[in-house]
Design a binder for this molecule. Structure first.
Ligand code: HEC
Length: 125
């Protein structure tokens, strides 16, 4: 009787340990950018252009801008920032066309970087 209880306890503890390690794996290895998103040195040239060129320039370059929105240079980007369309679109807020078009929201870390840059005055730095 006592042995069975000990075995049950052992199974319980082992199962718990396995679950814990799975949880750890998914946090640290599947979503590394979310658990250590570095927002300390966000700049237009070093951070924002990289995110936009990867996700937005294909449809919003000066040559052939969709929806008349140009994002591949600072001055034109500033226009949609100042009229509020930029953050509304990338943050999928109601009243805006969600961007990138037909795709899920950008990863949270990239949104956090964009938000940090905007909150710091959206400088051409
Ligand atoms: C596959 C093409 C495509 C991609 C990729 C894309 N867009 Fe767009 N975008 C469009 C089209 C088309 C419109 C016009 C849609 C409309 O007016 O309903 C648009 C409109 C916009 C608008 C105006 C939205 C509004 O509600 O006024 C903004 C801002 C914008 N895009 C920003 C972005 C940003 C930032 C990215 C990258 C994160 C991006 N887009 C990626 C096609 C795209």
């Amino acid at each position: 009787m006592k042995t069975i209880r000990i075995i049950r306890l052992w199974i319980f503890i082992t199962g718990f340990a396995v679950l814990q390690s799975c949880y750890y794996d998914s946090e640290e290895e599947l979503y590394p950018s979310e658990s250590n998103c570095d927002l300390s040195n966000v700049t237009y040239s070093g951070t924002i252009t990289a995110i936009l060129s990867q996700n937005c320039y294909s449809c919003h370059s000066s040559n052939f801008p969709q929806g008349n929105v140009v994002l591949d240079n600072y001055d034109d980007l500033k226009v949609v920032i100042d009229n509020g369309r930029f953050w509304g679109a990338v943050n999928h807020e109601s009243g805006f066309t969600p961007m990138p078009q037909n795709l899920p929201k950008l990863p949270q870390c990239e949104l956090d970087k964009i938000k940090t840059w905007l909150d710091n005055g959206a400088m051409n730095n």
